[in-house]
Every structure is written in C-alpha cells, then in structure tokens.
Design a protein around this ligand. Structure first.
Ligand SMILES: Cc1cc2nc3c(=O)[nH]c(=O)nc-3n(C[C@H](O)[C@H](O)[C@H](O)COP(=O)(O)OP(=O)(O)OC[C@H]3O[C@@H](n4cnc5c(N)ncnc54)[C@H](O)[C@@H]3O)c2cc1C
Ligand code: FES
Length: 249
C-alpha cells in the first residue's frame, strides 16, 4: 500500500448520480481485482473507500455514487488536471484458482464496480455476469460489462432487462450452468439471498463487504465485522472479500 498524489484525468457523470473518476499515478501500481483505494477529499478528515474498477497501466478508474457530502465534493471539486491524494491498493481482493474456469459475478448497485475489475483480470475465463441496477437510469459501464461471455441485466423496476435483482437472475441459470466459483458484491439483503440460494450446492462463493471505514489500513477497528466462528475481522485489512460462509451477513 502507498499514498500517491495522482493527477485527475477525468471525473464525469456516467449514469444518474454515478460518476467515473480516472486518475494517473506517477508509476504503475499493481492492483488485484476487488482491491480498493481510500480517496482523500479536501476538507474531509476521513478518506472515502472506493473500489478500483479498472487499472490500466498508470490509469486507475473508480466509479462512485453521489451519497453524502464527501462524494458530492469529489464530483464537484476534482476536474481534470487537479491533484488528488489516494491510498492504494488496499484489501485482499478476489482470487480465482487456475482450475476455476467458469466464474459467475453477481453484483448489485455500486457492487458492480469491484466485479468489473474481475472481468479485466480474468479475461481468459468464462465470465457469466448477473448485474442488478435500481432502474435503467442507473445503468452504466456497458462496454466493460459487454466483455462477459453471458451478461444478464436486471432492474428493480423492470425498466431495463429482467425485473428483479441480480440473485434472482443468477438463480434462474443455476440449474443449467456449472459454475466453478461465484464472486459477489452488493447490498446485504442481496448477499444474504445469494448465500441462501447457494446453500448445499457446494459452489465456492466469495463476497466483498462494505463497511464504514476510518483508516482503511487495519489500524482503527471501525470496520470490524463478525465472523461465523465467533471471531471478528477487519473488512479493510482481512477483507473486503470473504468466503461467503465465513462472515455473518
Ligand atoms: C471497500 C469499499 C468499497 C467501496 N466501493 C465503492 C464503489 O466502488 N462505489 C461507490 O459508489 N461506493 C463505494 N463504497 C461506498 C463509499 O465508500 C461510500 O458511499 C462513501 O464513503 C460515502 O461518502 P460520503 O461522504 O458521500 O457520505 P457520508 O454519508 O457523508 O459519509 C460519512 C462517512 O461515512 C462513511 N460512509 C458512508 N457510507 C459508507 C459506505 N456505504 N461504506 C463505507 N463508508 C461509508 C464515509 O466514508 C464517511 O467517512 C465502498 C465502500 C467500501 C467499504
Ligand atoms: S477502517 Fe480502520 S481498521 Fe478498518
């Protein structure tokens, strides 16, 4: 992990309330799929955790939803050419063993962004992507998602793709397809539904968790979650990716 002062290349809206921010680091930084960064926004003592969506040479792209004051300031105050302070790469990320050839991605809301990084890193595998959006107005990253061998889009209101969430779309295929591993990120109810639908199927599955964070590097314990064995884990340092059976959802 290191702190870099990067140069903003682009910071533009790509869907309703969603921005894509690309910045250039001075040197190329190796980032694994599912890792995240902590972005410093001037005037805010705490950095904001955001997943790395694309890492191409020195160019890193993150996509973020406008939520509170921090993300709104990020959208309005960091135009191309501005300098931005970023800690990266953070967390463990998703890992697919060489024998895991057929990968299912199940993403909902801003949870689709870390999963897009899996598509780039495992371009040699068969990726089946089940991606859920609130509505058509939130749909984005069409060309990146289009790299999947199979892409199923769903929206909560049925305005685009299937009506429903990504887990429902995934469940429809689960009977026909033999997945080697499942990677997921999204709201907790979605992750719980995924856990339920995989119960007893014997398919390894990993989820990326979102918790409020202070430091992002394992020092403050703000992000602690409960493990199923009764112990605790720091989402920033021990995660954010966990085997689905290892954490309480
Ligand atoms: C590992 C990880 C990866 C993430 N990746 C993405 C992503 O790719 N795209 C995206 O849009 N969002 C992502 N988030 C959520 C994002 O961090 C929050 O939406 C953002 O911090 C909100 O900041 P704010 O100042 O706008 O909101 P405020 O509510 O004003 O924030 C107040 C404080 O709470 C923290 N906070 C608020 N909501 C969250 C949250 N959901 N998760 C963690 N901290 C939160 C903020 O960092 C800040 O310290 C990720 C979170 C984590 C933990
Ligand atoms: S955010 Fe500080 S320990 Fe995880």
């Amino acid at each position: 992990m290191r702190e870099v002062l990067a140069t903003v290349l682009e910071n533009i809206p790509i869907a309703e309330n969603i921005y894509s921010l690309s910045f250039a680091t001075e040197e190329e930084i190796a980032v694994r799929p599912g890792q995240f960064c902590m972005i410093g926004v001037a005037g805010f003592p705490l950095r904001r955790p955001i997943a790395v969506c694309l890492a191409e040479g020195r160019r890193i792209t993150v996509c973020y939803q406008l939520k509170g004051r921090g993300t709104r300031a990020l959208a309005s105050e960091y135009a191309a050419g501005e300098r931005i302070s970023v800690l990266l790469p953070l967390g463990n990320g998703f890992y697919a063993a060489p024998a895991e050839k057929k990968i299912a991605l199940v993403g909902g809301g801003v949870g689709i962004f870390p999963l897009i990084s899996v598509m780039g890193a495992y371009a040699d595998r068969d990726i089946y992507a089940y991606m859920g959006f609130r509505s058509r107005s939130a749909f984005c990253m069409e060309s990146e998602l289009g790299r999947a061998k199979k892409l199923v889009i769903s929206t909560d209101d049925g305005s685009f793709g299937l009506r429903g969430n990504a887990v429902q779309a995934f469940e429809r295929d689960l009977g026909q397809e033999q997945f080697d591993v499942v990677f997921s990120c999204g709201p907790l109810p979605m992750l719980r539904a995924l856990k339920e639908c995989l119960e007893g199927k014997g398919i390894p599955a990993y989820v990326s968790l979102e918790e409020r964070m202070g430091c992002g590097i394992g020092a403050c314990l703000v992000c602690v979650c409960d493990r199923t064995d009764g112990a605790h884990a720091r989402v920033c340092k021990d995660g954010p990716v966990f085997a689905i059976g290892d954490v309480k959802l």
